[in-house]
Each structure stands twice: as C-alpha cells, then as structure tokens.
Ligand binder design. Structure first.
Ligand code: CP
Length: 307
C-alpha cells in the first residue's frame, strides 16, 4: 500500500488485514517498552491545514512508536501563510527527506491530488480532507466495534446520527462498514443529510426516535460542524437538541449491549448529553486509544519494507 487516501483504496481483505495489524499494534501499546524498530530512518511529516488534537497527536506518537523521525507542520505557521502552494510545500518537505506526508486539508480531494498528481514520490495518508473522507477514523471506529462485538461485523447494525452533510467521518464509515458487511443507517435532519449518501449503501432516516426503535448495536453521534456551515446555526440549537441529541431519555431506550460512539471533539450538551458521553457503554476514549494503534498499522503498511 503506497497511499491511504480513501476507504475505496481498500478491499474487504486488506481492510481486515489492517484491522488485524492494528489489534497487534494495540498489544505493543500495552507493553512497558512500547516501541518497534520498524521505521528507523524513515521520516513522517504531519502537514495540517486544519486544527486537530486526536489525529495529529496520534499520528505523531504512532510514528515515534515505530521509530520514525516525525515533524509536525501547521500550515498557519509555515510558508503556506505567505502563499506557498500545496505542491510547492509538499515538494519542499520531500526535499527535506519526507517519506510520508500525513495531510489534513479543508478541501475535499486535496489528499487525492497530492497522491495522484506526480508532484512527489512520498506516500500520502489522508488525515481528513474537507467533507470527503477520514479513512483512519473509520478504521479506528471499526477496530473499536470489533473489540466489543468480535471480528466479524457482518451482523452489526450501526446508526450514524446528526450532521452527516459535513462529515468526512460518516462517509468513510459508510464505505468501510458496508465493505465489512455491516448494516448502516444514517439519521439526520433533511438539511444535514444529503440524499447521495444513501447511494453508498446506507439507509436514511429523518427521525431519530424511529431509528432507535430497531435497537441498533452502535449509536455513533456526529459533531455539529458549525465551522463548515454557511448559515448561522445558533438559533436552531435547542430544536436540534430536541430532535437529534442523544439525551438521557433516548439513552434509556438503548439495548444493554449497545455502544455509544463519537469521533470527537464533542459538543457536550448539543449532539450528545454529558450522561451519554460518560455512560459505561460510551467508547469515546477507546476510540481515541485505538486511533494510535490504527495509525501505527497504517504507517507500517505504507512505509515498512516488510509490509
Ligand atoms: N476525530 C478527529 O479527527 O479529531 P481531531 O480533529 O481532534 O483530529
């Protein structure tokens, strides 16, 4: 695997293999010495044009655990702020020795452009591009589901709720979970749930309470992405909480086996109540932890001579 730009880069077999490797990496992370020599001499650059806590930090720790050199570049403190293009920035980083560029960018398709235009020979990993995809998030979500329900996700019913329109997490999750055989339902207001997502293989609902009646195994709440909304969302917040928030009352309708997920960062009290975020069945911090193992697996696959 040279690049990971989209879940579409994976087959069912390669996705399972990556998840198995990630599970092995999570065992490395339980050891007292959490380090492998695999990527010694390789250089990973985290090039982030958007803010991030989980993805950026976990890619940095993942690269260090595999003994790679790792450099973090935030676009606003780089020469991007002087007008340098993505192409020139990437070529500069490669000239400085980058073997892999982990890219977060506000434009959908930026990672594909960087991987496919022939500008650089380095590998490209998509760490989130606009509203398009966030493949390592979907992989860490699938790993979290496997750890709860077992490796075979083909009988799993996953409900993804909220601001689907702006969510690269939702797109990557629909692609990966349907590839692995799970049944996915998307629930959100019509204004935040574009019809074309149904064509990816998920069913679509515009009523959360109706969707909860069928007792999904996984309820994945999505962050309301105010920063991507053209219109001001403020006035609609109380209505959103009423219609789409995972409230204490809705929490009580879930089966005892169901898990609650959220990619983070959460808008506490908006799409998810504090009771839901901190519920014993909430996997939010497990997801964060699994991000490290998944990113180790992806870096290994992309950069290791042995992979
Ligand atoms: N889930 C996620 O991508 O979080 P960050 O924006 O903090 O990386």
């Amino acid at each position: 695997m040279k690049h990971l730009v989209s879940i579409r880069d994976l087959t069912r077999e390669s996705a399972h293999a990556l998840l198995t490797l990630a599970q092995e990496m999570s065992q490395v992370n339980e050891r007292s010495i959490k380090k492998l020599p695999t990527l010694r001499g390789r250089t990973v650059v985290n090039l982030f044009f958007e803010n991030s806590t989980r993805t950026r930090v976990s890619f940095e720790i993942a690269a260090k655990r595999l003994s790679a050199d790792v450099i973090n570049v935030a676009a606003e403190t780089s020469s991007v702020s002087k007008g340098e293009s993505l192409k020139d920035t990437a070529q500069t980083l490669e000239a400085l020795g980058a073997d892999c560029i982990v890219l977060r960018h506000p434009s959908s398709g930026a990672a594909q452009q960087l991987a496919g235009m022939g500008w650089i020979g380095a590998s490209v990993i998509n760490a989130g591009d606009g509203t398009h995809e966030h493949p390592t998030q979907a992989l860490l979500d699938a790993l979290t589901m496997q750890q709860t329900f077992g490796q075979d996700l083909s009988s799993l019913r996953v409900l993804i709720v909220g601001d689907i329109k702006h969510s690269r997490v939702a797109r990557s999750n629909v692609l990966l979970l349907t590839l692995l055989g799970a049944k996915v339902e998307l629930a959100g207001p019509e204004s935040l749930l574009p019809k074309e997502l149904g064509a990816l293989g998920a069913s679509v609902s515009h009523n959360l309470d109706d969707s909860l009646v069928s007792q999904p195994d996984v309820v994945m709440m999505l962050r309301v992405q105010r920063e991507r909304m053209v219109e001001n969302f403020q006035a609609d917040e109380s209505e959103y909480i009423k219609q789409w928030g995972l409230s204490r009352a809705r929490l009580a309708t879930l089966s005892n086996q169901a898990i609650i997920m959220h990619p983070g960062p959460i808008n506490r009290g908006l799409e998810i109540s504090p009771e839901a975020a901190e519920h014993p069945r909430s996997k939010i911090l497990e997801q964060v932890k699994n991000g490290l193992a998944v990113r180790m697996a992806v870096l290994y696959q992309v950069l290791s001579e042995e992979a």
